[in-house]
Design a protein around this ligand. Structure first.
Ligand code: ZN
Ligand code: ZN
Length: 291
């Protein structure tokens, strides 16, 4: 497991869309006061990767440095499914995951956030074995890029793997010793709530943190996706809501995020951008939790 270093002040940020130009995007994040961001390094709905243009990635890296933004997180392509038993899909996903690590490094990301996948018609056990087989094959890519892979906790829609802390810990234990230093967890507040972890109250938060500590441990969590939830507790719906406007609520989110075991972990919002609120509004609420 990767070793976590927790700073004294919270490292807060957003999922940053770079679609409209990376310089404009990074300046927008810096002006908002972001200390960290999550990005897509390529089109997340395609297995096609445009070639890396070194002058462009050099400029992006210089901007992160100039604005003091870091760590940077890369979020995976939505097509990747390492839990599949379909041979062609498994190999396409593995090749894409390897590319993702290379692109993360080029774009200045120390971490790559992965939804491990779905086991579909195969058993959960078989799906987990497929994931472990894939991750173990990434050893050379981890050593080459020095990018840490973060397994994201999921809402548990359909046959998604990683819906409980126990399942995540069990999966991590299946990885080879040589890849363990490159593995961590990304915890999403909406997803864990949808998966049945009640963080609406201080008492609930205490139980959930205890559960984390009994499984993979809070020191494994390297990023928190901060989202409220449109869906109810345990209904497995992955639908993000503006902070304080969903089923978790501001008090629960604040109690969880400011918990002594959690508060030092980098956090990024992935809230919707719609006519009721934008990223600035949710980011201001997030900052407010720490004042
Ligand atoms: Zn995600
Ligand atoms: Zn989500």
């Amino acid at each position: 497991m990767a070793q976590a270093k927790q700073p004294a002040t919270p490292t807060l940020g957003i999922h940053l869309s770079m679609g409209g130009g990376s310089q404009k995007a990074i300046e927008y994040a810096a002006a908002m006061g972001c200390k960290t961001v999550q990005i897509f390094t390529h089109n997340p709905r395609s297995f096609q990767f445009k070639p890396i243009v070194k002058v462009e990635t050099d400029a992006i890296n210089a901007l992160w440095k100039k604005h003091g933004i870091g760590p940077i997180f890369s979020h995976c392509n939505y097509l990747i499914n390492l839990g599949t038993t379909d041979n062609a899909m498994f190999h396409a996903s593995l090749a894409a995951a390897e590319k993702e690590l290379e692109y993360a490094r080029a774009f200045g990301c120390d971490y790559f956030v992965l939804h491990v996948g779905k086991h579909k018609e195969a058993s959960l056990e078989t799906g987990m074995q497929q994931v472990a087989k894939a991750i173990n094959k990434l050893g050379p890519a981890f050593r080459k890029t020095n990018v840490t892979l973060l397994l994201e906790t999921v809402a548990g829609q359909g046959t998604e793997i990683g819906r409980s802390f126990e399942e995540m810990a069990q999966l991590i234990a299946m990885f080879d010793k040589e890849v363990q230093p490159y593995i961590g967890v990304c915890l999403d507040t909406c997803h864990i709530f949808a998966a049945g972890y009640d963080i609406r109250t201080k008492e609930g938060v205490e139980k959930v943190v205890q559960n984390i500590e009994m499984t993979f441990g809070a020191e494994c969590i390297r990023l928190i996706h901060v989202n409220d939830s449109k869906g109810a507790l345990g209904d497995n719906l992955d639908r993000h809501e503006h902070l304080g406007k969903g089923q978790i609520g501001a008090a629960g989110l604040k109690a969880f995020l400011t918990h002594p075991k959690i508060k030092g972990i980098p956090m990024a919002i992935e809230t919707p951008i719609d006519d009721t609120a934008g990223q600035e509004d949710d980011f201001t609420i997030l900052q407010g939790f720490f004042k």
